[in-house]
Design a binder for this molecule. Structure first.
Ligand code: SAM
Length: 278
């Protein structure tokens, strides 16, 4: 069993590294660093990433329109927070482990005149620095997979969410009943021994007192997305080299290949999970 603090520190030092920051901010998706929805097929990563944000928001529009206080867990550079603040005028708190990403988030929100609607808090989603029942809506995109203590994350979410509040998130997950060992290359890359799954999240949430609303399955976009990013590395390697270490780029290409293979083999799942606190 890996130590949960060790997992958190690994994620922090990874996202704080200049290689990761340079790669994710300039070559992955800019303000959004999650899996995109490629509809229509062939669209650029940026557009696909925005599709994801819009799609998630469409599930909770009523709450967003009624001025919900939103908490984004593992908010990265804050692309979703700015979209929600701009589109719905709601207040978003971004909680994120990486201070490098948080600095960019604050700067982008300032430049876009949205600082009054967006707070950026340095922190770990396994120990939320907020009072109980502080938010109406908890949002997260492709971040919870990094936790080595997912029970704690959901206990914390339950604690800080208002009664009848919405929890909505995406996460790269394992499919149910995956044969032992097949996900090893992916798990090694994220420094974990297991991944979440739709049934694991449903069970955790059920035990805590959440009502399951929906899982919208977009698994087919997972290999498309990781394959697209891998192609960006191949096609733009000349431009990227010098800014990012070769070691990072080689490791990233191999890692993306594992995600593509896992997605195409049916071992992985990705989509939008929606729960409501009773
Ligand atoms: C793939 S990125 C997604 C970022 C953002 N949600 C987006 O969609 O653009 C994963 C994020 O999870 C954050 N993260 C990982 N472990 C975390 C933890 N224990 N607490 C808070 N944030 C964490 C990282 O800092 C990173 O920003």
């Amino acid at each position: 069993m890996k130590d949960a603090n060790e997992v958190v520190e690994k994620a922090r030092s990874y996202y704080d590294s200049s290689d990761a920051d340079e790669f994710y901010f300039n070559f992955w998706g800019g303000e959004d660093i999650h899996i995109g929805i490629y509809d229509p097929p062939g669209i650029p990563v940026k557009q696909a990433s925005l599709n994801t944000v819009r799609k998630i928001a469409s599930h909770v529009e009523d709450a967003l329109k009624s001025n919900a206080k939103v908490l984004d867990l593992g908010a990265g550079y804050g692309g979703a927070a700015r979209y929600l603040a701009k589109t719905y005028g709601c207040h978003v708190t971004c909680l994120n482990l990486s201070s490098v990403e948080n600095d960019r988030n604050r700067q982008l929100s300032e430049e876009q005149g949205l600082s009054h609607l967006i707070d950026v808090v340095d922190g770990n989603f396994e120990e939320l620095p907020f009072d109980r029942e502080s938010f109406d809506l908890i949002w997260s995109e492709d971040a919870i997979l990094h936790s080595g203590n997912k029970t704690k994350v959901f206990e914390e979410i339950y604690r800080v969410l208002n009664p009848k509040g919405n929890l909505i998130f995406t996460d790269p997950m394992q499919a149910d009943n995956v044969k032992p060992g097949v996900l090893q290359p992916i798990l090694e890359r994220i420094h974990l021994e297991s991944m979440g799954s739709v049934s694991l999240y449903k069970n955790l949430c059920d035990k805590l007192g959440f009502e399951f609303i929906q899982f919208e399955d977009f698994t087919n976009h997972l290999p498309i997305h990781y394959g697209t990013i891998r192609k960006i590395i191949q096609d733009r390697r000349f431009e990227i080299e010098g800014k990012i270490s070769n070691e990072f780029l080689d490791r990233m290409s191999i890692g993306l290949g594992h995600w593509v293979d896992g997605g195409l083999s049916g071992y992985l799942r990705w989509g939008i999970l929606h729960f409501r606190k009773n």
